[in-house]
Structure formats: C-alpha cells, structure tokens
Design a protein around this ligand. Sequence first.
Ligand SMILES: [Zn+2]
Length: 167
Amino acid sequence: MYINSERIIEKVANKDIDVVYNTAIEFFKNKFSISGAIKVKNVRRSGYSGYIDILKILDNRLELLIDKSASLSAGIGYLVHELTHISQVLKKKLDISSDHKTFLWDGKPYITVKEYGKLKIQDYELVPWEKEAYFNGKNLPSVFFQSKEFKDLAKINDTLKFIVDNQ
Ligand SMILES: [Zn+2]
C-alpha cells in the first residue's frame, strides 16, 4: 500500500485548523449573542472570501461559507464578517422582502438584490450591513487571537502550539 506522507500531514494540519475555527466560532457566538450550532463550509466559488444564504439563516439553518485556504488571520476575518451578517439577519436588522427582490435594513427597503449584485467594491463596502461586517472583520480577529480561549489551544498538541506561538 502506498501512503502519501504529505497528504497525511495536510490532513492533520486541516484538523487542527478546524479546531481553531471552531474555537473562534464559539468565542464570537457569545460576542454576537448567537445561539444554536453554526455549520462552516469551505467556499468553492473562486473570487469569494465568504458568503451566507440569507434565506437559510431566516429559516434558522445557520451556515456560513468561508475560504479556509486563506491565512488564518484572513480566514478568521472572513468568519467574523459572515457571523456579523448572521447576527444582523437573526436580529432582523438585515432582512429580505417577501418576494425576495429587495434587501431591507432596519425594516425599510434599502436596495434591490439586482442592484446590490451590480455594485462596485467601493460602493458595496458602504452598504450599512457590509460596512459593519468589514469593520468587525478587520477589528475583531485580534480580540480572538489575544483571548485565553485561543492561547489555551497551545496545550492541545504541538501543531496548535506552533499556530498559537506564530499568530
Ligand atoms: Zn458581507
């Protein structure tokens, strides 16, 4: 039987990275007062750092997709960005009209889904729910990396100790 040692190393590393992501999810769920399990999937569409399906969240199926192949600090930033959107949807700050054609912000129509899809990046970042998500994604990962929850991961094994020591 042929065993590809690189493949084994990669699998172990991915398992440890998942431990970091799961710890970050629990950490930020508390911060955003989100209850219930959140499923994290790896993004497969190129050009996307992460996304959520608002209809699934409204249906209480808490799921987010992020590009886990990114560096850990970037990945945790994407995670916080998407968790911000989940929190906005659960609080009904961000919503969608019954015909699924218009995004509502604070209960008022803000932009159509069609117009939103055509926004250029600089305008996209100014949409209120994106502004908040970008702000959190930029500022909150460091709060996690300085937390006891993250630093305690070093006690689990040498790979996680390496990740914690080098973050
Ligand atoms: Zn966003």
